[in-house]
Design a protein around this ligand. Sequence first.
Ligand code: FBP
Length: 552
Amino acid sequence: MTKSILQEARAAYQPQMPRILQGPLKAVEGEITESVADKSEIQAAFPMTYGMRTIAFERGPAIELPPINVGVILSGGQAPGGHNVIAGLFDGIRKINPASQLYGFLLGPDGLIKHKYRLLTDEIINEYRNTGGFDIIGSGRTKLSSKEQFDEGLQILKELNITALVIIGGDDSNTNACHLAEYYKAINAGVQVIGCPKTIDGDLKNEQIETSFGFDTACKVYSELIGNIERDCNSAQKYWHFIKLMGRSASHIALECAQQTQPNVCLISEEVYENSISLDQIVSNIANIIIKRGEAGQSFGTVLIPEGLIEFIPEFKPLISTINALLAKESSTEQEFKQLPKSERRSWMQHQLEQGTGPDAKANAALYKSLPEVVALQLALDRDSHGNVQVSLIETEKMISEMVAAKLPTGQVWKFSPQHHFFGYEGRCAAPSNYDANYCYSLGYTASCLIATGKSGYMASVRNTTAPASEWIAGGIPITMMMNMETKEGKRVPVIRKALVDLNDAPFQTFAAARNEWALNTSYLYPGPIQYFGPTEVCDRPTQTLLLEKSK
Ligand code: FBP
């Protein structure tokens, strides 16, 4: 593979990892764990893997272990650093025994079910060290959840003599990893299952999992782009830029980028929901800022919009869950909807909503009717394999700017000229920052240690990551510990609880204290590109979110 000069230089980078992982170790068991909520239901769903103890690695005696064959899957959306998780896992199992083998299943969980895999050799791994993307084996969103799929998977695992499987994914994929661990334990399959916390969205975190990998790099890439736009905007002084940012439900990315770039407006979905801020209020608030800036001779600005906003606007929540139920996989209404030509879909949906009987039925029908055609159709697009609305496909940034334009007074000397952007795919495969390169490698290596110590149903955990990497703490967290019950596609199911932005936490509080100033006085910050070489305070700085959460 031909490499750029930067790729060549990055290939030589030696990721740093916790000191504890650099020598022989033992697993020290902590407290017995309980799920974050709905204990009896989670326990009933996971009788074999519920209530296990947390694991921390400490110095231990050197033990000789036989070679092991391990499988790895990349699941869901790409996130910078995935290749380093695989490299850390590879190096870890080779350290356990140099004859160990790593098999990568291709294009996500589908590779396991359809028996498509690749043996990962030294040569292949070396090609991908410290690179972005998931292309070493590809990723996919197939939901790994049925007994048939688990049995299909077991066939190939047995054939390749694989006794441990590492699933690198977000909350949904790790929930399914736990189901798989549970099933393989119950049937005594002899296969351990370990999860790794991945997602740029930053919403797979809790006391033990400080952050999901990829969040750091993705936010740095988006912040560079936002900073560039702010500088352009401040130079030409003629556009308002409406920038939608990926992150699915949670607004962590928008909040982090706001801290890094100080835009004029940043919406936080969780605040909208908690304070029941209506669409009309959101729009009026932005319009007021535009008017004030226009009157002060500043008819330009930057607005950040989290991609999941629409699901949090109070009047949209019941509408979306009604549409979700109508489009639930294999329901009769979904089948009917899918047969319709595109031109008839909006009126079909309108009719269904008007026939609704619940307390929100009238409001749902009226709201749907009021939506611009594109947004109405985008709301009814296919759900993903986990039943989630694909918020990345809904053009909220255009909807909001159109509604803002309609609220502005006419006949002013200043003008309102909007520009629209959506930053998501631009950051998901970026070359990992030093933080993500180190964190990911450490996660992969930790997964190999969990395998060596016989664990299953655990997620690899690396903590204390605002300290230098040598002081990071490595261990394993029972996945059931992170679960609660939620309603998905009309059914109550156990899932890892998503970490949304907490309005009482330091990242939001710090932003809230500064935003009025940023709104009216142009205070842009231009963070520039990720730096891989240079002073540590520039190159190894974690996200503001993590620093504020850890009060550094
Ligand atoms: P994961 O949660 O699987 O990591 O995916 C995150 C994400 O990037 C979201 O921010 C975004 O809404 C979604 O993936 C887009 O999905 P797709 O890649 O299927 O377009």
